[in-house]
Design a protein around this ligand. Sequence first.
Ligand code: 6PG
Length: 484
Amino acid sequence: MTDKCDIGLIGLAVMGQNLVLNMSDHGFKVAVFNRTVSKVDDFINGSAAGRTIYGAHSIEELVGMLASPRRVMLLVKAGQAVDDFIEQLIPHLDPGDIIIDGGNSNYNDTIRRTAYVESKGLLYIGTGVSGGEEGARHGPSIMPGGSPAAWPFVKPIFQAVAAKVDDGSPCCDWVGENGAGHYVKMTHNGIEYGDMQLICEAYHLMKEGLGMSNEEMHQVFAEWNEGKLDSYLIQITRDILAFKDENGEYVVDKILDTAGQKGTGKWTGISALDMGIPLTLIVEAVFARCLSALLEERKEAAQVLSGPSSTFDGDKAAFIRDLHDALYASKIMSYAQGYMLMRAAAQEYGWHLNYGGIALMWRGGCIIRSVFLGKIKEAFDKNPDLNNLLLDDYFKAEVEAAQAAWRRVIAKAVELGIPVPAMSSALAFFDGYRRGRLPQNLLQAQRDYFGAHTYERVDRPRGEFFHTDWIGSGAAAISSTYTA
Ligand code: 6PG
């Protein structure tokens, strides 16, 4: 090695290796280190052989190989490992050097780490990287946040290796200060949970209700992938449904129906609850995974609890067309809710999020990439201050067009006893959001009745609170105002 390296990367699991190979494809010189040091030599002598990739056998050696300001990227398991490497790196770095965490870290950790690393005179970036192993190798979506001063030094590398959309724009741009990048990645993952659950509900209705074969469902997803639902997740569902093992049997039918989860969907739900945002669809998607995980309990319940016949006896082709629209309308609700969440977080944490820019970052490379995200980008291009996606003319018209079919699908699913928690909560959200008056006047009365919690009145200005003596006790005491 003659010149110093452009960037150092710690963590040579598949994602790390693929990202390094991607960087070297784009002409960058990369120094690599891994806690299990033998992995460094295996990689250097294996897939990295003959490339601009150089191995280090200690943190100190790695840091010594880097050009200034040094950029060191961690692709290690989220949690303690990130803190441990930060501690090991700090003594070897100089002011202005940059530590980058590319794992699925919790945004609260990233907020804390940014402040800590900056207090040492260094710069910090916490970045979402989406797209799985293939994305890392050939173009992920990258969502960086942290110390703004670090961005100009990282931008050329990240934007070179990121996925590109049709006009060549990279699916990577600065998201915002401290935890903003990881927050946006977390929201991406929450939306990913929602998209996956919606697809599973459509699959359930087709399989159980319509009695369709895997080949028939494969055809439907193939068709759907040619239209408005065109997306990576629909595409892989199409392929999964047709995939057979060496015995010629469908693999999907052999997979246990208990979903795993690493926590990003749950974090999204927790953040929504903390900020009071009705992120109903994503939260239902998390709970659907939780319910699926209660396998033994469900098996026992199946012996004792019964429901209606799940067999559909109407016009199947018409129902599949309706199902397309139900999935599409529910997806619009999910993204509308996700954007509501990011808007609230931006206010809470003082981030200046570029909503159209986020749609562009998600348009390619990541797991939720889709044609649909192009439409979201257009909506924010038309009106950067758009309050809610549902108020955009395009999406408003799309929901109107899909609405009748969406209702038919939910009604039929309820009749057949096939659970559609994400699709139905999406519709409930829509029906609540579009109403100027909800029944919570009664709820406020109930709170005031039993706890003197007070209420506001329709005929008085907001902010004036009233209490009624509902039981004639004459009690004037009013509970102190508190809000969750
Ligand atoms: C991505 C994925 C990636 C990972 C999820 C899986 O954007 O590339 O979201 O981050 O596959 O964390 O999450 P669960 O294990 O929770 O489903």
